[in-house]
Design a protein around this ligand. Structure first.
Ligand code: URA
Length: 236
């Protein structure tokens, strides 16, 4: 790491530590080229933010408006992992806030979760231009951030949304229709793979498999975590 970059990281770290100690919960940096915005809830999050704050690991740093870090409960037992921010997410700095996000909120509601109870993030933290597919080197650069999030949040169950999220987290090239319909062991964490809400908008015939996946997810969640009022499936 060159000296300049090291200085910037050190300054950012000190600034965020100071803000966390003062009880702040949000930060906002701006310079001529871009603005960076985020929030933290505890001292524990300080290192969590540090790298992403100035992340230049891949080409997407040149075109993104915001790093879409993730959102939700930092102690969530359920973590959702999508593909990459889209236009709306890039503008707002939050995951799943567009049309697919509204459908995702409804899917969560159907199995008795409020969005704020879970943690939602993506494989890529920055928007690929024109929403193109993530490239292998971008996934490789970004994955350590997701691994860190999984370690810090410690979900008991993971739901991946779409092909890229499922294949990346399970380290496989198997097609999504072979991955869905069962639980996978992802480093000791049960992981369910399902279709992406954006794909569901285009292919309504996938509604039933998604409903089967999320029902199974909720049933397993109750067995493992058991912190929610009784839930019973009803026809969707
Ligand atoms: N699609 C994703 O995969 N993630 C988002 O945050 C939004 C749309």
């Amino acid at each position: 790491m060159d000296d300049d970059r090291h200085d910037v990281i050190e300054l950012s770290r000190r600034y965020i530590t100071q803000q966390a100690e003062l009880g702040g919960s949000e930060f906002f940096f701006q310079n001529a080229n871009r603005s960076l915005k985020g929030s933290f809830s505890s001292q524990q999050d300080v290192c969590f933010w540090e790298e992403s704050l100035i992340c230049r690991r891949c080409r997407l740093a040149q075109t993104r408006k915001h790093i879409v870090w993730g959102e939700g409960n930092r102690n969530a037992s359920l973590m959702l992992v999508g593909e990459a921010p889209g236009r709306e997410e890039d503008l707002q700095g939050k995951p799943f806030v567009g049309q697919a996000g509204r459908l995702l909120n409804n899917i969560l509601k159907a199995i008795g979760f409020e969005r704020k109870e879970v943690y939602i993030t993506n494989i890529l933290k920055c928007r690929p231009p024109e929403n193109r597919d993530p490239l292998p080197d971008e996934i490789k650069s970004c994955l350590p951030i997701l691994e860190d999030q999984i370690l810090r949040i410690g979900p008991k169950v993971i739901l991946t949304l779409g092909r890229y999220a499922g294949q990346t987290l399970l380290m496989t090239a198997d097609p999504l229709n072979r991955l869905r319909g069962k639980f996978h062991d992802r480093g000791g964490i049960p992981c369910r793979v399902t279709y992406h809400p954006a794909a569901l908008l285009r292919n309504p015939q996938w509604k039933r498999p998604v409903w089967e996946d999320v029902q199974a997810l909720r049933i397993l969640y109750d067995q493992i975590v058991g912190d929610k009022p009784p839930w019973s499936p009803h026809e969707k």
